[in-house]
Write a protein that binds this ligand. Structure first.
Ligand code: ZN
Length: 497
């Protein structure tokens, strides 16, 4: 076996543990009993240790370093893989092992702490845990000793090559272009109240419609499935086992529909990655931003289009004949695109959504630039909310405690959510030159859109960087103005005409 094959062998072993951990994680979010929690955290810790052992073993280190010194023996893709391995290895070996394991345990427990705090408005009971998580991350960044700003290290973890400089430019564009536009839209009451949005929709019936959506989006159910969880998510393991969740709120039917469509975007990306990457570090989506671009493309560009509802409202009306009796497509299209200032990010509409992300970006940046500390968070959160959207949270769960991310140690992750929508818009204007989207959607041919995305984005897995994918598909670098254009076109037509 040559050195690359030996390297690949170790990766495969690690992947077997990771697969087991992913399935246990899936189980804990969907069906595991509450009481199993502590023991499960302990067992997961043991599995994590095994992965760490493999990926820090002297054999592994030797192979990675050898291969880096023998670039000529590697293909372009293999070289990219080894460079990724080296980056992760450097990060891992610079942190004392006991601290990695302690941090892993903290993260397992802190998510339960957060759930409790959110349910009981107990910010004071949670802030100590959050401070510990932030301290660990600050300490880890110091251990790495990279010649980078601390927050840039975190940003690069989720979106390769993106720095505060890039994100400042992105969010400045949104602040200048979108904040005044949003204020103008929100001041206009053109779209009237629609009581049927919050009528009662039985969960079992919602499930029926979400199952129908899996077919509409041509999701391969032999290699994937859907369940429910508190917060919808997609687990990517390998293309032949991709699971996602939605949630059923009986007084808000859009929640399950758009969560399902969103997650189907993530899940389809994963299913369409070339299986040749299975045993490599190039498996899975290339970045959080590109991943989110696929889910947002599904959710907003397809799922909130008029042609989509022209085609599928009849089915929804069949499932809910009483609730949607007199509802026509125009009304429903307005309803699914209703813009309003609201507190909760996951329930926010397409137009105001990026503002929720901008707020989190600005806060995280201040935290890692040490301009603020955890104690300051509720006040700053509320002030920014008031400044950008003109509303002020009255409770912690409406404000700083609403998202799971920080309790899960996901810092630097939020910006990719807005980036994803912006990437999706840029991809959309390219796709439109080649495909007639409205026609494909209204003839129930979303499979064709999937094929386009597979050829241009999905099949490459992580073998190309996000910047490379965007440039190759759209013929230009990331340009936030496509996103601004998309939102302005859509919401001017809906609200300002
Ligand atoms: Zn997503």
């Amino acid at each position: 076996m040559n050195q690359y094959d030996q390297f690949k062998e170790i990766i495969k072993q690690a992947k077997a543990y990771e697969y087991a951990m992913t399935v246990v994680g899936w189980d804990s979010s969907t069906e595991a009993p509450k009481g199993a929690f502590a023991r499960r955290a302990e067992m997961m810790g043991e599995l994590r240790k095994q992965v760490l052992k493999l990926k820090t073993s002297s054999d592994y280190q030797h192979l990675v370093n050898y291969l880096l010194q023998h670039e000529d023996e590697l293909s372009t893709e293999e070289l990219r893989e080894i460079k990724k391995a080296k980056k992760t290895l450097d990060k891992t070996i610079k942190i004392p092992q006991n601290e990695i394991i302690e941090y892993g345990k903290l993260i397992q427990l802190s998510q339960k702490d957060w759930e409790f705090a959110k349910a009981n408005e107990d910010w004071d009971g949670f802030k100590g845990t959050l401070a510990k998580i932030i301290d660990y991350n600050r300490k880890f960044i110091d251990y790495y000793g990279f010649d980078m700003e601390p927050y840039d290290v975190l940003l690069d973890d989720y979106e390769e090559g993106m720095t505060m400089k890039d994100f400042d430019q992105f969010f400045n564009t949104l602040r200048v272009e979108l904040v005044p536009f949003i204020k103008e839209v929100l001041a206009n009451k053109k779209v009237d109240e629609k009581p049927y949005i919050n009528a009662k929709y039985k969960a079992s019936k919602q499930k029926e419609f979400c199952t129908y959506l899996m077919d509409v989006f041509a999701f391969n159910q032999d290699k994937g499935g859907m369940k429910t969880s508190v917060h919808p998510f997609t687990w990517n393991t390998h293309p032949s086992d991709v699971r996602f969740t939605t949630r059923y709120l009986e007084n808000y039917v859009f929640s399950s529909i758009f969560a399902a469509i969103h997650e189907l975007g993530h899940a389809t990306y994963e299913q369409q990655i070339d299986e040749k990457y299975n045993d490599t570090l190039l498996s899975g989506g290339t970045s959080m931003g590109i991943h989110e671009s696929q889910s947002r493309f599904y959710e907003n560009i397809i799922g909130r289009s008029k042609s989509f509802w022209k085609t599928h409202l009849p089915k929804l009306k069949k499932v809910f004949p009483r609730q949607l009796k007199d509802v026509d497509v125009d009304s429903f299209y307005e309803a699914v695109n209703r813009a309003e200032a609201s507190f909760i990010r996951v329930e926010a509409d397409e137009l105001t959504y990026p503002i929720h992300i901008m707020l989190r970006y600005e806060i995280e940046k201040m935290l890692f630039n040490k301009e603020i500390e955890v104690d300051d968070l509720p006040q700053i959160w509320n002030d920014k909310m008031e400044e950008y959207l003109g509303i002020r949270p009255k409770t912690y769960s409406e404000g700083v405690l609403q998202d799971v991310h920080w309790s899960a140690g996901l810092l630097g992750y939020f910006p990719t959510y807005a980036l994803g929508s912006a990437y999706a818009a840029q991809l959309y204007y390219t796709m439109k030159k080649e495909l007639n989207l409205d026609e494909l959607i209204s003839t129930n041919n979303i499979k064709e859109i999937n094929n386009w995305l597979q050829e241009k984005v999905h099949k490459f897995g992580a073998s190309k960087s996000p910047k490379q994918i965007l440039k190759e598909v759209t013929n230009e670098d990331f340009n936030a103005m496509y996103y601004v254009r998309f939102l302005k076109e859509k919401y001017t037509e809906l609200y300002l005409k």
